[in-house]
Design a protein around this ligand. Structure first.
Ligand code: FMN
Length: 361
């Protein structure tokens, strides 16, 4: 499955070290103003090579719009976006062509297909997520313009470090998407030591959608939380997804967890803005756990494709903490789910209109 969404359908294609990656977006409403420059901001936020704390690969990530846009506006026909790969160093992967990196997708791709493109991880590389971020630029724009819905994210944990204070303004002002400006020096030293040691670390990303009206999502099989969880789990290296209080709910009492309401609005948001698979009008809050990068220069035991026991050492340009660059990817997946669900809600329930009483979010 390389296609995501029901009405706003995104199909991605391409490998890490192939000539290009791309996507086709089908079902996009007509009339959305979009230009190649609109993609630059979010693609730069996801890109490698900007700081010493992410991979040193330097991809230009310039989007070519091949179809579906006329005189700067979407036409309702399939939108094809293409990004040429410009910094592929396939030689870095020569040593592991026949080896299975522990913790990576090498062994499972080999078992499933009997063949794999080892250059840069091929299709299993997070290079593919570039196209999700590109497609979501359109979704984010539509959500803001049409419904005033904004999607933003931040890093909520790296290894054992958690933010001590919270300020959205700090998030875009440092290379970690970190909400506490006072901790940046600590993070820099932590990441420098980690990189020197040759090891990697996991991270937690939190994404929030503000302004989502009540009613988006479908009960039972198309639940908003279910689709968000699947969307986040489809991102490379994701090992856990929480909605609202998530796993912390286990230790809570019902009297604490339930979100009481008054005329002025809800009194808390433990549910993360979703009840019964449908948005409540509160902010939709999603946290995503990323595992540590598996490609390490620290030797590890594994097998090669001939069944020999080997010592795997991965050199090349890898992220020491994949969660850092994952913030815009999680935002993208949330925006894609929300746009798809908004279109589905409009299709079935567009005539229902505003239902009272509406509890302020
Ligand atoms: C933004 C991002 C960057 C990544 N960069 C690397 C990397 O440099 N090296 C690596 O081994 N894995 C990297 N990964 C993780 C692998 O793509 C992923 O672990 C692998 O495909 C196996 O899939 P799984 O971890 O989801 O099971 C990255 C993931 C993300 C989200």
């Amino acid at each position: 499955m390389n296609t995501f969404g029901q009405l706003f359908r995104v199909t991605t294609f391409g490998e890490s070290h192939g000539p290009a990656i791309g996507c086709v977006i089908d079902g996009c409403p007509p009339g959305i103003a979009i230009a190649a420059e609109d993609f630059a901001h979010d693609l730069a936020r996801r890109a490698t090579g900007k700081t010493r704390h992410t991979s040193a690969r330097r991809e230009a990530d310039e989007v070519e719009i091949l179809s579906g846009v006329y005189e700067g506006k979407t036409t309702g026909t399939p939108i094809a976006l293409l990004i040429r790969n410009t910094d592929a160093r396939s030689k870095d992967y020569d040593k592991i062509v026949e080896q299975f990196r522990p913790g990576h997708a090498d062994y499972t791709y080999w078992q499933k297909y009997g063949i794999r493109d080892p250059r840069g991880g091929g299709r299993s590389s997070a290079r593919e997520t570039t196209m999700r971020v590109a497609a979501a630029v359109i979704a984010k724009k539509w959500l803001v313009e049409k419904y005033g819905v904004s999607v933003r994210g931040h890093l909520a944990q790296i290894g054992g470090i958690i933010p001590k204070s919270f300020d959205w303004n700090a998030v875009e002002a440092n290379p970690f998407f970190w909400p506490d400006a006072a901790q940046i020096d600590e993070l820099e030293s932590y990441m420098d030591a980690l990189r020197k040691s040759g090891d990697s670390v996991g991270a937690l990303v939190t994404v929030v959608a503000d302004g989502v009206p009540p009613g988006w999502g479908e009960p039972i099989y198309g639940k908003l939380d279910g689709e968000i969880a699947a969307a986040m789990m489809s991102i490379n290296a994701v090992k856990g997804v929480e909605i609202g209080d998530g796993f912390a709910s286990v230790a809570q009492k019902g009297s604490e967890h339930r979100d009481e309401a008054a005329r002025d609005g809800f009194l808390s948001n433990h549910a993360g803005g979703i009840l019964g698979g449908i948005s409540s009008g509160q902010p939709v809050v999603v946290s995503v756990a990323f595992k540590p990068t598996s490609s390490l220069r620290l030797p590890a035991r594994s097998l090669d494709v001939h069944g020999n026991e080997v010592e795997v050492v991965t050199t090349g340009r890898h992220d020491p903490c994949v969660g850092i660059r994952a913030t815009p990817i999680c935002e993208a997946m949330l925006a894609l789910v929300l746009m798809d669900q908004a279109l589905r809600h409009r299709a079935q329930c567009g005539d229902v209109g505003d239902v009272s009483p509406r509890i302020p979010g």
